[in-house]
Design a protein. Structure first.
Length: 105
């Protein structure tokens, strides 16, 4: 089995971190929404402030992940642009292997 390159490992780490941060945001938002059903007045304002803060954290997180992933995306685009026939050959080979494995079932 092929080993992961450093770039692939970094991409996987970024993806895992993004998913965990988004999951945490969803959980916190659900808690806030459940607790907001019975709130009015000052408590509602406090809750809105908390929600606004969490949404800003989510935006910052997405921006951070996008900034860290950009070099990997650019490198991939550059490689594909510079080696189009190799990319086609690898893709065709991968498709052939997947097709053979699926046909065996």
């Amino acid at each position: 089995m092929a080993r992961k390159t450093a770039a692939q490992a970094a991409e996987d780490q970024i993806k895992d971190q993004a998913f965990s941060e988004l999951s945490a945001l969803i959980e916190e938002s659900e808690k806030l929404l459940k607790s907001s059903a019975s709130l009015v007045g000052e408590e509602a304002e406090t809750l809105r402030g908390q929600i606004a803060q969490k949404l800003q954290q989510a935006r910052d997180s997405v921006t951070s992940v996008r900034d860290r992933a950009k070099p990997a995306v650019d490198a991939t685009e550059t490689y594909i642009g510079g080696h189009p026939w190799q990319t086609v050959a690898v893709s065709a080979g991968f498709g052939l292997v997947v097709g053979l494995l699926l046909a065996r079932r």
